[in-house]
Design a protein around this ligand. Structure first.
Ligand SMILES: *Cc1c(COP(=O)(O)O)cnc(C)c1O
Length: 235
């Protein structure tokens, strides 16, 4: 199947799953994860009404999306991969949101680079909830501290828009579900403390587990393989 068919199938599954979970399908955004895929493939998705994309490597994203923005200025890109400090400058130029904020040092650098550009940027705080992945704030307290500092006004160029996690690559559904529940409950506890902050997004769910994520409250599903097919890491 092609990108067009895959997109319409995924959109249908999102809708059906949302309705089954008594949720409004409009509350769930589909983010097409285009890492390792070409500009042509991304444009095919755009031609089929896809607006939101995710990339995990800044340099690759920069190469592809600088060009794409010229042709399709409404395109929206999120950075989803663990981010080194020296990549932040380029990341804040090309992305509308950094989903993989996982340490204060990174927040300091995003603030610094955004100040230079006189730009505000959305961020999601990533929580480590799975065993295999190493990314994300280690625990609830560290996550809480990061959001508190935003609430205190230390990061005026960051818009704290919500939370992100990657579930373990487990075939055990219970483990995956637990990871999503952990993110949702952590988010709810933090939102209660800081009702003045937006904190509205829960970015969770990938090709293999997005239905489960929607049942557990996801508002952004990040889907690569099920849209673009397998990635060729040799490229
Ligand atoms: C690659 C990636 C995805 C998409 O994974 P698929 O299994 O291809 O859907 C989602 N989130 C993050 C953070 C990723 O790095």
């Amino acid at each position: 199947m092609g990108i067009k068919e895959n997109l319409s199938k995924i959109r249908m599954i999102i809708k059906e799953t949302a309705i089954k979970a008594s949720r409004n399908p409009e509350d769930i955004k589909l983010e097409a994860v285009s890492k390792f895929h070409t500009e042509e493939e991304i444009i095919e998705a755009i031609d089929n009404s896809q607006v939101l994309f995710g990339e995990n490597r800044v340099q690759e994203a920069n190469q592809k999306f600088t060009d794409i923005y010229k042709q399709f200025p409404n395109t929206n890109l999120h950075i989803i991969g663990s981010l080194q400090r020296n990549k932040v400058k380029d990341a804040v130029k090309i992305a509308s949101c950094i989903e993989s904020v996982d340490r204060l040092e990174l927040m300091d650098e995003i603030e610094k680079q955004c100040t230079k550009l006189n730009k505000t940027i959305s961020v999601l705080f990533e929580l480590h909830t799975g065993e295999e992945s190493k990314s994300g704030f280690e625990n609830f307290d560290k996550l809480f501290e990061a959001v508190s500092l935003c609430a205190e006004g230390k990061y005026p160029h960051l818009i704290p828009n919500g939370f992100m996690t990657m579930a373990p690559l487990s075939s055990d559904e219970q483990n995956v579900r637990l990871s999503f529940i952990t993110l949702r409950e952590s988010a709810n506890r933090i939102k209660k403390e800081f009702p003045e902050l937006p904190l509205k997004e829960l970015s969770m769910g990938m090709s293999n587990d997005f239905k489960l994520a929607i049942k557990e409250g996801s508002t952004i599903v990040r889907i690569g393989t099920a849209i673009f097919g397998p990635r060729d890491y040799s490229k």
